[in-house]
Every structure is written in C-alpha cells, then in structure tokens.
Design a protein around this ligand. Structure first.
Ligand code: SF4
Ligand code: SF4
Length: 111
C-alpha cells in the first residue's frame, strides 16, 4: 500500500476514534445511550471510554450460550437453571482506545 494512502487511512482512523469518545458522543448524541444521559460510562477503562465497539467483535455468537473468542479473564460464565451463558458485563476490552485502533487497522489492512 502506498505510504500516502496508509497515512490517509490512519488519519481517518484517528477521526473515527475521536468521534466515538464517550465525551463526544454524549454531547452530540445524548439520546443514543442511557449512559450518556446519566454521564456514566458503561465500564471503567482507566481513561476515556470509546463507544465504537459497543458490541464486542470478540463475542462468540456461534453458540447459543455465547463465549469469548479471546478467552478474556474479565468475562465469566453465568450459570442459570437451564444452563449457562457467557457474561461480559465486567469486561472493558472493546471500550479501550487501543482495541478500537487494532480492529480498525485490521479492517483497513494496515499493520
Ligand atoms: S459503549 Fe455502548 S453502552 Fe457503553 S457507553 Fe458507549 S454506547 Fe453506551
Ligand atoms: S469477555 Fe470481553 S473480550 Fe470477550 S467477548 Fe466479552 S467483552 Fe468481548
């Protein structure tokens, strides 16, 4: 890929990441998520939460009980009377800026 093209894509990735910062989304799209109205991000990521991957791409939806494709230690099985289901509620992985950057770079074929 020509360097100029790569730089243009990286610049767009930065714009996407900036656009999807929690602080930005809550101002521009306050009705999109209850967390915006409450001004309380859904997870504590130790910095600014990013909303681009609200639904985690690592979730394994090929099985009825779900699962995690990367075996995150922050997820857990929730056992209920009819079986079990994968519970992501304590996992901040998809909301970290570095995770969003990694997925966007993969999407655009940049290493
Ligand atoms: S990642 Fe999704 S649920 Fe979490 S604050 Fe952003 S939009 Fe809301
Ligand atoms: S445990 Fe974390 S990384 Fe795994 S699917 Fe759930 S949110 Fe994604």
């Amino acid at each position: 890929m020509p360097n100029k093209t790569k730089q243009a894509i990286l610049s767009h990735i930065n714009k996407i990441i900036s656009e999807f910062k929690f602080s930005n989304r809550k101002l521009k799209h306050p009705k999109e998520c209850p967390c915006y109205l409450e001004n309380k991000p859904c997870h504590n990521v130790g910095g600014e939460l990013n909303c681009f991957l609200c639904y985690c791409p690592e979730y394994d939806n090929s099985k009825e009980e779900g699962g995690c494709k990367i075996n995150s230690k922050k997820g857990k099985w929730h056992v209920h009377e009819n079986g079990k289901i994968w519970d992501c509620s304590d996992c901040d992985h998809p909301h970290k800026e570095e995770t969003v950057r990694k997925h966007l770079k993969e999407l655009f074929g940049i290493d």
